[in-house]
Design a protein around this ligand. Structure first.
Ligand code: KIV
Length: 293
């Protein structure tokens, strides 16, 4: 197991550092986080990039998918993550409806993530018009990460949550989107749910760091959703999400044990209870007015 450098020794991850890692063939580790305790954990684990993904919608806010989550909700979660991070690059995710309509809307939303939540960069989904929005945001001074392949915000248009680029024509579409975003000035891209061989072919055209999720192993780095890799939920697990821990099982074990001990009057025990000096207790008892019946 590789040991991450001590927290206080780590330098802040910059866009230049990510480009260097790509050039040196050093894998880039990206992960999602949606709250302060998770931010402390991923910081300590030494990851390179943290995304406060719009997947917070279904992972922590109880929405059925990413579409309903608002800018305000994501800003609140992103600020909590910012307070827990030092070294990793922090990326805010522009939610559905917060950037598509115009360049000025896209710039305004992106700048809110930088000014109000301390993000280093933002992410948006899709090629086409999204590439124009990405270019406008970059020109306004905010670094942008693009996202192609399966783009959950527009999953309905893509025929549902399924791998993309599985025909020659659809693979060409993924390549076109990736190239458009690269030309728009994105510093990095996410490739989601794309056959590994298609990724391999597209990677020969990429000049910026590409982070994969369900896109094989030839990308410059990998991203997983924290709740998937820790199995904090056990109802749905995408094919690409390996479980590295079973946190829901452990949470359930702990909460069930707590409930059992309260019901069995085994908790709290003396060691969980505050004391009072005997003479103070005596004085207090003496002062207690008798109960009138
Ligand atoms: O919102 C999210 O979690 C994402 C990752 C899958 C990259 O966009």
């Amino acid at each position: 197991m590789s040991t991450p450098p001590r927290q206080d020794q780590r330098k802040r991850v910059t866009l230049t550092k990510l480009a260097e890692m790509r050039a040196l063939g050093e894998p880039i580790v990206m992960i999602t986080a949606y709250d302060h305790p998770s931010a402390l954990v991923v910081e300590q684990a030494g990851v390179d990039i943290v995304l406060v993904g719009d997947s917070a919608a279904n992972n922590v806010l109880g929405y059925p998918d990413t579409v309903p989550v608002t800018v305000e909700e994501l800003l609140m979660l992103t600020r909590a993550v910012r307070r827990g991070l030092k070294a990793p690059l922090l990326i805010g995710d522009l939610p559905f409806g917060s950037y598509e309509a115009s360049d000025s809307l896209a710039i305004e939303t992106a700048q809110r993530f930088v000014k109000e939540a301390g993000c280093d960069a933002v992410k948006l989904e899709g090629g086409g018009a999204s590439a124009e929005r990405a270019q406008a945001i970059v020109r306004a001074g905010v670094p942008v990460m693009g996202h192609v392949g399966l783009t959950p915000q527009t999953a309905t248009m893509l025929g549902g949550y399924r791998a993309q680029g599985r025909t020659a024509a659809r693979a060409q579409q993924v390549l076109d989107d990736a190239l458009a975003l690269q030309e728009a000035g994105c510093f990095s891209l996410v490739f989601e749910a794309i056959p590994a061989e298609v990724t391999d072919a597209i990677m020969t055209r990429m000049e910026i760091p590409v982070i994969g999720i369900g896109a094989g192993s030839s990308t410059d780095g990998q991203v997983l959703v924290l709740h998937d890799l820790l199995a904090i939920h056990d109802d749905f697990q995408p094919k690409f999400a390996k479980r590295f821990a079973a946190v829901k099982e452990e949470m359930l074990r702990g909460v069930t044990a707590y409930a059992d001990e309260v019901r069995g009057r085994r908790f709290p025990a003396p060691e969980h209870t505050y004391g009072i000096a005997p003479e103070e207790l005596e004085r207090f008892r003496a002062a207690l007015a008798p109960i009138r019946r």
